[in-house]
Write a protein that binds this ligand. Structure first.
Ligand SMILES: Cc1cc2nc3c(=O)[nH]c(=O)nc-3n(C[C@H](O)[C@H](O)[C@H](O)COP(=O)(O)O)c2cc1C
Length: 213
């Protein structure tokens, strides 16, 4: 094994190693609004769902290169609400446009050619083109790292919207048909087109596999 002790591994190397090994990561294309009601959209792949009861998602957001907070953090800290839009392949190029570090107050949805649609339970809009949208309220903004630069936002999902054609009987979602993409390292992404299944195993069946003493 090649070993990296993170006490002596520079942050830029840690980043390179982590994003190339913890893969694929889902992408949250997060919509928020500022105090003037202006819409902001930005993608984050330090993102996942952590729990379903309560339903909690996490976002890991660093500061801008010049030390100012990213608009997403500033907006969520101010009004506590966001929508996590999941990204399919058709939206992926527009998602990358939303990742450009533009100044506060500029609506990235307009730059990207995406469209806002009203949410059910929160003020920020969802993205009309997204196959799935999670409407969220901030639970905690956990600050870590030097100068508390890293924001780990924990948010509760208060509503989930999913495109009609993706939901079958008993609320079963056709995962592969969502077309949702994952992020690898750098500019690389992955499709859900190579799915395989392994049934779960009961504890008693797992224990039968123990070799006799
Ligand atoms: C696919 C992708 C994933 C990204 N993931 C993150 C992330 O997890 N954390 C982060 O701080 N920035 C991430 N970024 C960069 C932000 O999207 C970028 O800094 C954006 O301009 C922030 O916008 P805002 O200031 O409007 O919030 C990512 C960018 C892309 C394209």
């Amino acid at each position: 094994m090649k070993d990296y002790d993170f006490d002596t591994t520079p942050p830029a190397t840690r980043y390179k190693l982590l994003i190339a090994t913890v893969v694929p990561r889902p992408i949250a294309l997060v919509t928020t609004i500022d105090a003037q009601g202006r819409v902001n959209a930005a993608p984050f792949s330090f993102f996942n769902v952590l729990s379903h009861d309560p339903a909690v998602i996490a976002l890991g957001i660093e500061r801008r290169a010049d030390g100012r907070p990213k608009d997403t953090v500033a907006n969520i800290d101010a009004n506590g609400e966001c929508v996590v839009n999941l990204v399919d392949e058709a939206m992926a190029p527009a998602m990358v446009v939303c990742g450009a570090d533009v100044e506060p107050g500029i609506d990235e949805l307009v730059l990207a050619g995406l469209h806002a649609a009203p949410s059910l339970r929160v003020a920020p809009p969802r993205i009309a083109e997204a196959p799935v949208a999670l409407e969220c309220r901030l639970l905690r903004d956990v600050r870590l790292g030097e100068g508390n630069a890293r924001a780990i936002l924990l948010a509760e999902v208060v509503a989930l919207r999913v495109r009609d054609d993706l939901v079958g009987a008993n609320d079963r979602i056709d995962v592969a048909r969502t077309g949702i993409v994952g992020r690898l390292a750098g500019s690389d992404y992955v499709r859900l087109s190579d799915v395989f299944s392994i049934p779960r195993i009961a504890a008693e069946d797992a224990l039968k596999r123990r070799s006799p003493a």
